[in-house]
Design a protein around this ligand. Structure first.
Ligand code: ACO
Length: 317
């Protein structure tokens, strides 16, 4: 596969750390020092579908296509207003596509899981052009009285259109079932037959555990992918990592012994947008003219599950 076009969209409201100080026992200093985050975008009048559709349209346009050229849509999403139909179905209708589509949930690692699925479909000759949309509103999963979690997240959507090519050098996916470090239990409708009360809870996160697991797993994935492909670190133009926390990115960089310039970031402006973070960053880099044909990009992400995903991709646009 290769990437043919990218797009992204964010809610219009930027919520700064100072604005959080107005109702939370927190400070700009604490959030900046521990996470690097200065502001995040939050939904007001928008709905997640609006962002998903905007990002999708931009990616299709960037690829020089129309919705009629798509023959599959994969949407990576953890939560949105609709349990059913899938967000991908709503996107399909809104952009005027007619192809099959489905949603996946690999949490923050969803973009790379989707790239891997797309690669399989393209290889099998079952599709020519696939739209991937990562649309997330993690700010609707957290308790806004819980300073441990709510300061970390932001809403957004990132998209890519992929087609046949040999840009994908390797993909590495892992899943290890560890609910206790990061989960949310949503409220479902009651029935007359349920035995006992069912609990629901906003996002629960063991921050330090997630931090350590993220750093060690991403570093191991990146080293394994470089070794497998024989790509020397000096050939890597950028490490495009999941934007959860600047300290996580910096720790991975330190363990790889790499230069800061190779680690682009926008977590300071968006917070953690879950699976949307990698395609949003990629789109911003592409539109800012930072990517050239032939650049080797190493991507890596981690999320609830626990999931990790990495890939090495040549930029071919
Ligand atoms: N403002 C002020 N103080 C705070 C805040 C806040 N927003 N949040 C926590 N604190 C306090 C804690 O209560 C604690 O106080 P105490 O010592 O009196 O008990 C103190 O700060 C230290 O808390 P720690 O949790 O130990 O702080 P740490 O340095 O580990 O930083 C953080 C916390 C930022 C959450 C860090 O652990 C982290 O980034 N973890 C990874 C989070 C992550 O990436 N999550 C998502 C990954 S998966 C996905 O993307 C969905």
């Amino acid at each position: 596969m290769k990437i043919l076009g990218t797009g992204c969209a964010s809610p219009s409201l930027a919520v700064t750390n100072k604005m959080l100080e107005e109702f939370l026992d927190t400070s700009d200093e604490w959030i900046t020092e521990r996470t690097g985050i200065k502001e995040r975008r939050l939904m007001t009048s928008e709905h997640l579908l609006d962002l998903a559709v905007e990002a999708a349209r931009k990616a299709i346009d960037d690829a020089g296509m129309t919705a009629a050229d798509l023959d599959y849509i994969i949407c990576s999403n953890v939560v949105n207003e609709y349990s059913t139909p899938a967000l991908s179905c709503l996107i399909q209708g809104a952009i005027g596509a007619t192809c099959p589509c489905l949603d996946i949930n690999a949490a923050c690692a969803g973009f790379i899981f989707a790239l891997d699925m797309a690669e399989d479909k393209l290889r099998a000759g079952k599709a020519e052009n696939i739209l991937i949309v990562c649309a997330e509103e993690p700010t609707r999963m957290v308790d806004w009285n819980d300073r441990n979690t709510c300061v970390l997240f932001g809403d957004g959507a990132g998209a890519a259109v992929v087609g046949r090519g040999d840009a994908m050098k390797t993909v590495r996916l892992t899943t290890s079932s560890r609910k206790e470090v990061l989960y949310q239990v949503r409220r479902l409708e009651p029935t007359p037959y349920l035995d006992g009360e069912r609990e629901f809870a906003p996002l629960v996160m063991k921050g330090r555990d997630v931090f350590k697991t993220a750093v060690s797993s991403s570093t191991a994935d990146i080293k394994a992918m470089l070794a497998e492909t024989g790509i020397d670190p000096s050939q890597v133009k950028y490490y495009v990592l999941h934007q959860a926390n600047e300290r996580i990115i910096d720790s991975i960089r330190g363990l790889l012994g790499e230069q800061p310039e190779k680690f682009p970031h926008n977590v300071e402006r968006y917070g953690n947008t879950s699976s949307a973070s990698v395609p949003i960053l990629l789109d911003e880099m592409s539109r800012a003219g930072k990517l050239s044909k032939g650049d080797i990009l190493v991507m890596s992400a981690f999320g609830a599950g626990f999931t990790t995903a990495g890939c090495i991709l040549e930029w071919t646009k």
